[in-house]
Design a protein around this ligand. Sequence first.
Ligand code: ADP
Ligand code: MG
Length: 340
Amino acid sequence: MITQYFRLSVVLVVLFLFVGCAKETKQVVHLHGETMGTTYNVKYVIDERGQIDGLKAALDKRLVEINKLMSTYDPTSELSRFNQNRFTTPVPLSADTTTVVKEALRLGKLSHGVLDITVGPLVNLWGFGPNKRPEIVPNEAQIDAVRDYVGLDKLALSSAGLRKLHPMVYVDLSTIAKGYGVDELAAIMEENGLENYLVEIGGEMRVKGERGNGEDWLIAIEKPVSTERAVEKIVSVGTNAIATSGDYRNYYEMDGKRYSHLIDPRTGSPITHNLVSVTVVHPSSMTADGLATAFNVMGWDEAISLAEKEELAVFLIRRTDDGFEEYASPRFNATVTVKN
Ligand code: ADP
Ligand code: MG
């Protein structure tokens, strides 16, 4: 029997706060809507031009385009059609999808195979994909059978397109696509000459400039608890993206054991370690998004050594017997201002 504690929806991991201020404040426009199975929020400080006509329509149009390419929930998307075919010859893909696949493969290499966009069949087997979740935990034989076509060595990207080295290979960009969406919305803000904005999709966020009162945008990193929404830290990140990967909401419990929605490709099973929240700050939201997941899969020790070796801005929280323990990398301390 499955003890129900499962939420499919992507949670807003990073909340943003508004703090009243005595200084003169400029008007902030808030645009919002739905995309990628979650919500998006865009804010910008208006300049002498006032509100930008047609901005929301432009943002929505771009999000629809990205979904039409990379959604695994839409069976007609470019990525779904790639997944349905059984060709082992290169398949040409759009420039957008190629950009995301390329970055995912780069981060896959950087993380020694831990971030793996071919892990989808294992995700489905364990019940966290678009398919129904299983009534029982898969056995070794089922896991091994699926692992025949999981692994970054089963994909090859070249100028001719993306090639499967096994006909059953399935590519899932969900761990990095939201971040790409944020970067693309930020590009539209830039095209419109906006200097002070915040863009967020399902908790992936990118900010530039100030929030209307001359001060930095404030971002709250949540406490890694499922019982309430509390703040661990309030930070400002300059002009950067911030991504948080945490397992404290998206998991299910069976026979008293907790199963994460993140799979360690090295074992073929969900991660089980005590690292509960990973935050990454980086200029690119796509990179921050992918890295947050990669560090989460890696676990505390490996995450710390990679963050220091690659000089990445990373903040970790792990559960210990005496409560939570935090780690901030040197680059995180140099990039981020903690407000509380
Ligand atoms: P989080 O915000 O917790 O990092 P994301 O929403 O970014 O989670 O990504 C989670 C999704 O990524 C999972 O639902 C699954 O589809 C996929 N996934 C799971 N394990 C991996 C992995 N090792 N590498 C890449 N993608 C993964
Ligand atoms: Mg992620």
